[in-house]
Design a protein around this ligand. Sequence first.
Ligand code: HEC
Ligand code: HEC
Ligand code: HEC
Ligand code: HEC
Ligand code: HEC
Length: 201
Amino acid sequence: MIPGDFIPKPTKKKLFILGFLGIGSLAGATLAVGLVVLVISAWLGLPLNVFGFNEGPTQPIAFPHTTHVQDIGLDCTFCHRNVTEGQAASIPAVGLCMTCHTTIGHDKPEVEKLLSFHKAGRPIDWVRVHRVPDHVRFVHEPHIRHFSEKNNVNPSGTCQLCHGDVGSMTKVSQVKPLKMGDCIDCHRDNDAPSDCSTCHY
Ligand code: HEC
Ligand code: HEC
Ligand code: HEC
Ligand code: HEC
Ligand code: HEC
């Protein structure tokens, strides 16, 4: 005789309740995990990147860093020309894009948009992703110089310290908080000046 035969078969009602409990606890567990992730990321001060909430603003043209950095292998400094010289990294003007796009990619809708900006002689109003408040002074040049010497990389190899792996982003988003504490921690670690007037006007 099979021992199982002694166990009474569950009624339909019991099955229904068990199934309901199963789904309920699964949903509960998912919610709990979600909450824990939220609390931890808030606690670490990280911008919440988990469900794509922090995917960065939509730009007037969907400009993919992936295509230009990973596929064609352009240096960051090819486009962000001021980054090794001054305060702002600078975003390239339409004219620089046109060195390639007078001929390349005309079958792509996003390149068509670029062509219409060029034809109209209009600049593209890119939406800023990273911005420190007005009372803060940030200068790219000393950072690029310091870390390309220290880590023995070319200038474009320093950007990821603060911006993450932009070359793999189809849409740029901020991945580091870049709050005062982050600035000061790194300044202390590198014997860089950290009195208030270094960073505040
Ligand atoms: C072909 C030109 C080009 C190259 C090469 C390029 N970028 Fe950009 N980058 C742009 C344009 C255009 C924008 C503005 C649109 C956007 O945010 O996607 C931009 C935006 C950015 C931003 C956001 C700026 C803000 O508003 O805060 C960062 C950071 C950045 N680039 C870093 C990099 C890094 C790092 C590299 C190299 C790995 C790189 N870029 C290579 C053209 C380029
Ligand atoms: C050194 C050459 C070069 C420069 C400079 C350049 N691009 Fe491109 N871009 C390319 C190539 C190559 C492609 C891929 C075209 C294809 O797949 O047909 C491309 C693709 C694109 C696409 C289409 C992506 C897609 O798949 O939909 C957009 C949009 C674009 N570029 C915008 C820009 C903008 C804006 C600038 C200036 C900030 C710029 N490009 C500067 C070479 C360049
Ligand atoms: C030490 C941290 C740090 C490093 C390293 C760094 N950035 Fe930045 N970047 C910032 C901060 C902070 C801002 C916001 C500055 C502001 O609001 O004035 C910024 C802003 C930008 C912007 C948008 C505004 C602008 O300046 O034009 C671009 C583009 C950019 N960075 C590109 C780069 C590139 C390319 C590199 C590498 C060559 C790089 N950054 C290296 C911290 C850094
Ligand atoms: C990854 C490390 C790192 C981070 C993050 C960082 N810095 Fe720096 N910063 C340095 C180093 C190193 C120097 C000194 C460079 C040199 O001149 O050799 C420096 C220099 C500076 C200077 C120039 C000081 C002077 O007068 O010579 C300013 C201004 C500055 N940082 C502001 C900031 C601000 C604001 C932030 C945050 C938004 C920031 N830094 C984030 C490492 C960092
Ligand atoms: C290495 C750069 C750096 C240094 C040094 C620095 N700060 Fe800041 N500070 C920042 C940045 C970046 C912000 C804006 C981001 C933030 O609010 O954390 C900021 C924000 C602030 C704010 C505004 C906070 C708020 O909630 O709006 C005050 C006040 C301030 N700093 C005071 C100081 C004082 C006082 C000192 C000297 C003891 C100092 N900071 C040194 C980078 C710096």
